[in-house]
Write a protein that binds this ligand. Structure first.
Ligand SMILES: *[C@@H]1O[C@H](CO)[C@@H](O)[C@H](O)[C@H]1NC(C)=O
Ligand SMILES: *[C@@H]1O[C@H](CO)[C@@H](O)[C@H](O)[C@H]1NC(C)=O
Length: 349
């Protein structure tokens, strides 16, 4: 259909191109076209936007100034009423119970929940070259005094043959983008206990807490994001250096938002839905308006309108979508939704 698309530009400079290059290499992706997800990276806080490569073992980058203060505050406010104390499963009766082993509180934000969430998801996609369809819903966590996450991998290795277990093995998490939403007075560092600094002297920012002195450590700072990769560039093998932990908070409150991004589209999204232009609101044929006027949308609904994730040829004329203003992500998301089947009355009308 060939509507001209604006070219891709890299406001983030060579380092960002380098980060993106790594993920391209990883997924064997085709050159990016400038779909709405692939626009220039617009940092939230342009006054201090820069990329720091902290480590190549694991591949870990701090995207300074990724979020503006307003965006960080907005996410905290959105999540706060829904925060639930994280639970562990009671080993005897199988019910969820509170346990001091896991004391953080968390909640998930639906994709495109509002304009700010949608904008941040797009920014994550631009920074990682991994589209929104590959990401889980953003998880917001709050850690207060002494709360921590013990060292763990984001790649879940499970022998479970359940649907969830099989999906985790078939479609592992490749990258994690962790956004810090608050400044923390002391503690709360993210550490890679086995990690290796790229240039320790240039990057150490002491004082760290005792927990933060092992391996590579990143201090939480409001608006900064930590991007790291859990798989080697072959997209299969776990990078053992990606073991990481959230150190106990000593003073202050730490809020973070995490985007876990998978090798392939995640959840109910199919590979087809993640194709560029999937949600486009258009007619594929000049005669669509006439066909629609002649009643073909109801007589021949699957061809004309589409159904489920099958895209019809006359979506515009059959009014199953809206024409979106440039950059209106929520509108685009609406158009990406599966097309409902016509009910019997409509079909015989
Ligand atoms: C950018 O970061 C600085 C330093 O943390 C802060 O003072 C400033 O308000 C931030 N600007 C925006 C737009 O968030
Ligand atoms: C499960 O066991 C825990 C103690 O281990 C108890 O507090 C909880 O009430 C039990 N739940 C049910 C539904 O029996």
């Amino acid at each position: 259909m060939g509507a001209p698309r604006p070219g891709l530009s890299w406001r983030g400079g060579p380092l960002l191109a380098f980060v993106a290059g790594l993920s391209c290499l990883l997924l064997g992706a085709q050159p990016a076209t400038a779909t709405p997800e692939y626009q220039a990276l617009e940092y939230g806080n342009k006054s201090r936007a820069w990329i720091e490569v902290v480590s190549l073992h694991p591949r870990a980058f701090v995207l300074h100034g990724f979020l503006s203060d307003e965006e960080a505050d907005h996410i905290v406010q959105m999540a706060t009423p829904n925060l639930e104390r994280s639970r562990v499963v009671d080993s005897k009766n199988g019910t969820g119970k509170l346990d001091p082993v896991r004391t953080s509180s968390g909640t998930f934000l639906a994709k495109g929940a509002d304009e700010v969430v949608a904008r941040i998801e797009r920014r994550v996609a631009t920074a990682t070259h991994l589209p929104v369809s590959h990401a889980e819903n953003l998880q917001v966590l709050r850690y207060e005094l002494d709360q921590e996450y013990k060292a763990h991998y984001d790649v879940i290795e499970t022998e479970e043959k359940t649907a969830v277990g099989l999906q985790q093995t078939a479609n592992p998490r490749v990258a994690t983008l962790l956004m810090y939403l608050t400044d923390v007075e002391e503690g709360g560092e993210t550490t890679f206990p086995g990690g290796k600094w790229l240039n320790k002297e240039a990057q150490l920012q002491p004082p760290y807490t005792e927990c933060g002195q092992k391996g590579v450590a990143v201090k939480p700072r409001k608006g900064d994001a930590l991007l790291f990769f859990s798989l080697h560039v072959n997209g299969k093998k776990k990078d053992a250096y990606s073991l990481h932990a959230g150190c106990p908070v000593v003073r202050g409150t730490k809020f973070s938002a995490t985007s876990w991004i998978h090798v392939a589209p995640f959840g109910t999204v199919t590979a087809q839905q993640s194709q560029p232009g999937f949600g486009a609101c258009r007619d594929n044929n000049d005669e669509c308006p006439q066909w629609a006027a002649a009643g073909e949308c109801t007589r021949n609904p699957v061809f004309m309108r589409g159904q489920g994730i099958v895209r019809g040829h006359c979506r515009l004329s059959c009014k199953v979508c809206r024409v979106c203003a440039a950059g209106d992500v929520l509108c685009e998301r609406e158009n990406e939704r599966p097309v409902p089947a016509l009910d019997a009355n409509d079909a015989t009308a």
